[in-house]
Design a protein around this ligand. Structure first.
Ligand code: C5P
Length: 226
């Protein structure tokens, strides 16, 4: 069967990545978490103190962009590619609340978006890819054969995120997580460059009341229709 491109977009913590990963596994496709790339650039800025407290030196980060090397390396133990920043595995560090609190500010910068979008398009040039993010159906792969737009209530999403972080052993409160999810959604939908929006030809799935199995079934049915 001919390989296609699957774009999955939506707000934070809609469970996009869980579905995208399962889908990629079943289809034998490559899975790419573009949020991890924006998170890794944010981590770089923090490590170099370009982000310090509330101060953010955008200029310095932009000047350093050619020095930032991002890579996904497949880890058979977990079944997906883990994020490497300049040859160091940062899969765990990029999930902290500190990175989450700043990532949407970094994702507003056009030079950052330009660099990452180019790399994402390269990764998808042979199709057979499931990519999740905010601008995949609108900017990265406007010609994707299948575009999904995932939604669910802010409360459901914050609960999900909270449980995920607690499971990972991170120290956070529910309110902190809810505030972060709401803030990121606001910045992501209101930014000038590539704001989060549903592509005209994307299929919306509200999963507030769907189990993982039901979501996967729905998406698989869509794939088989193509
Ligand atoms: O998907 P995740 O929640 O890890 O993404 C983190 C942040 O990265 C988002 O809140 C958004 O600001 C940014 N992002 C983006 N475009 C993408 C993927 C993520 O702007 N394609």
């Amino acid at each position: 069967k001919k390989k296609i491109t699957i774009a999955i977009d939506g707000f934070s913590s809609t469970g996009k990545s869980t579905i995208a990963k399962q889908l990629a596994k079943i289809l034998g496709y490559v899975y790419v978490d573009t949020g991890a790339m924006y998170r890794a650039v944010t981590l770089y800025a923090m490590q170099h103190h370009y982000i310090d407290g509330h101060h953010f030196d955008v200029r310095k980060l932009v000047d350093d962009l050619p020095k930032i090397n991002l890579n996904f390396i497949f880890n058979p133990e977990v079944g997906f590619g883990e994020m490497y920043l300049n040859d160091r595995n940062v899969e765990w560090e990029i999930r902290t609340i500190e990175v989450s609190n700043f990532v949407s500010k970094v994702a507003e910068i056009s030079e950052v978006r330009h660099k990452l979008v180019e790399q994402q398009q390269q990764m998808g040039r042979n199709k057979g890819i499931v990519m999740d993010g905010r601008d995949i159906g609108t900017v990265v792969f406007p010609d994707a054969e299948l575009k999904i737009f995932m939604t669910s209530s802010a409360d459901t999403r914050a609960k999900r995120r909270y449980e995920e972080l607690i499971d990972k052993g991170l120290e956070v409160t529910f309110d902190e997580v809810l505030k972060n999810v709401e803030q990121r959604d606001h910045i992501d939908t209101h930014r000038e460059d590539s704001p989060l929006r549903k592509a005209d030809d994307a299929i919306e799935i509200d999963n507030s009341h769907l189990s993982r199995e039901q979501q996967l079934e729905k998406v698989l049915a869509l794939v088989h229709q193509i």
